[in-house]
Unconditional design. Structure first.
Length: 145
């Protein structure tokens, strides 16, 4: 590995560590994902946005795709807080911090006691053998709030 590659990998690792510490995971309202997250440029680098801590935040890959390809908006308000908008321009309420930080084994035990079985097929839709449109599902959940 040459020196330039090593420096680049070190810089990427440092950004990952600092973003993970500052953001604590995906910043999309209601999301608790801490893994499979990407650093998102608030002001896109193609539009002159810097790759700096002030211009980056973490988004779960699905939410990152919603911002880039699903017409969801993201901007910083005056105090510097991230504001997400649905494709029709409505702000998504941030609400309380819903990140799960408890004991996963205790949660599993509670689910078993309540008869809630979660397996790999739990979220697979069964209508017409079609794939679920995740964007519509997220928008429907946002509108319920």
């Amino acid at each position: 590995m040459n020196v330039a590659t090593y420096r680049l990998l070190t810089l990427i690792h440092e950004f990952d560590q600092r973003l993970g510490w500052n953001d604590g995971g995906c910043r999309f309202p209601g999301c608790s994902a801490r893994q499979a997250v990407d650093a998102h440029h608030i002001r896109h680098w193609a539009d002159g946005g810097e790759t700096s801590m002030d211009n980056l935040l973490l988004l779960r890959r699905h939410h990152h795709k919603l911002v880039h390809e699903g017409d969801y908006g993201l901007a910083l308000d005056e105090p510097g807080e991230a504001v997400f908008r649905t494709p029709d321009g409505n702000a998504i309420a941030t609400g309380l911090n819903t990140r799960f930080s408890g004991n996963a084994f205790a949660l599993t035990a509670i689910n078993c006691r309540e008869g809630i079985g979660i397996d790999p097929r739990t979220l697979v839709p069964y209508w017409c053998e079609e794939r679920m449109d995740d964007g519509i599902a997220v928008e429907g959940l946002v509108r319920r709030e």
